[in-house]
Design a protein around this ligand. Sequence first.
Ligand code: ADP
Length: 479
Amino acid sequence: MTKMTWDLSEAPESKAHVQIAERYGLFIDGEFRKPQSGMYFDTTNPANGTKLSEVAEAGQADVDAAFEAADKAFAGWSALSGAERGKYIYRIARMMQEKSRELAVLESLDGGKPIRESRDIDVPLAAAHFFYYAGWADKLEYAFPNRTPRPLGVAAQIIPWNFPLLMAAWKIAPALACGNTVVIKPAETTPLTALKLAEIIREAGLPNGVVNIITGAGATGAMMTNHEVPNKLAFTGSTQVGKLIYKAALKGNKKVTLELGGKAANIIFDDAPIDAAVEGIINGIYFNQGHVCCAGSRLFVQETVYDEVIAKLKKRMDNLIVGDPMDKNTDIGAINSQGQLNTIEKYLEIGKEEGAEMYQPDCDIPSEGNWCRPTLFLNVAQSNRIAQEEIFGPVLAVQTFRTIDEVIDKANNTPYGLSAGVWTDKGSKIFQLTKALKAGVVWANTYNKFDPTSPFGGYKESGFGREGGMHGLEAYLTF
Ligand code: ADP
């Protein structure tokens, strides 16, 4: 049988309406400032390696200035009524919607994710988080009846590069709703949407110093976590860095929430709607190039439907379009950085050496930039590194099972516990698994669904604390 190919015409999103400055300073106390460190670094487009802009690298004096501004702003901001705080947060949400095309283009240029995803998921969800928490700002007493919710003070927030704007929204919106002030740092490879958000925040007239956005790499992050001013550390990123942040929090007697890595089990029973499950597997692992902490990176297929699932999965993979993130047809964009591509390629070698059978469609990929074809490993053993360690790329490790008890054991046999997926026609199985799986989020007959009302967070080495929903307020309050 000849392979069916889809020859779609190019459908590039326009970049004409987006202005990127040659250089960005640090957003401190309501204004963009040159870094006292005098240092800048490049941010590039991972799809072609071109430089997009230069951003400041905050040094100790800059970090001090940001915390001083946040500290100074706290008294005024926390004294405002919840309704007044809510108005500012609503305004930010509405302005994000107004500038949604610009934000989506920036997100895809700087991070490599397909424009369809930044346009339809990242940006609308980020705005939705601001809307949602704006609504809570004047209802904290109702959220926590018979208690007296009070803000914590200044929050230091550090976010990763996989959902730059969305993670900024997850962190900033609940902190502001609860009356805290913020110093936040985006990841070094994806600073541009956070800096655009800084412009929005300034335009929205938020009082100076309530949100400070500083850029830099791990060294700047370490200065933030070891700083004496913040009362709260909030981190999303690798488990390795999460452990350092936890130590700093213990030492400094600070509150902390950590959202770390994952190695989620996506479980397909033989009574599942197979075609829908195959779509769920694809979405679970190839969404955002697999740069997703809750990605369904371990697939467990019941033996009786193994051949059917794998055949359909391969056929679906053959039709995925890998390439220019700015093209609206693209399914899988660029790998975020050369460093991350090296990590993924290292795991592809490890998988082959461990004896697993690798499958990749022979789709075209651009000659420049960072790319990885969607990848499947069959015949994976539970002890294999590709089944145990987080790869953070478009790489799926497939295993089989016969009974529910067996798959529960296998699914829970991981240091992580962030998310899981279950595909079955039987409600009873769903309830049994959602109780038995040690994962903060379990999706049933769907995957990667996010909503500001739903709490999100992990067990074990995936971290602790919840973001989203009413639970997300608690992380920024004391009683
Ligand atoms: P990833 O492995 O996904 O790149 P990291 O945990 O390295 O994730 O990065 C997530 C965020 O943590 C980034 O903003 C990064 O700059 C920051 N970071 C890296 N190292 C440190 C550190 N030692 N202390 C504080 N923040 C750090």
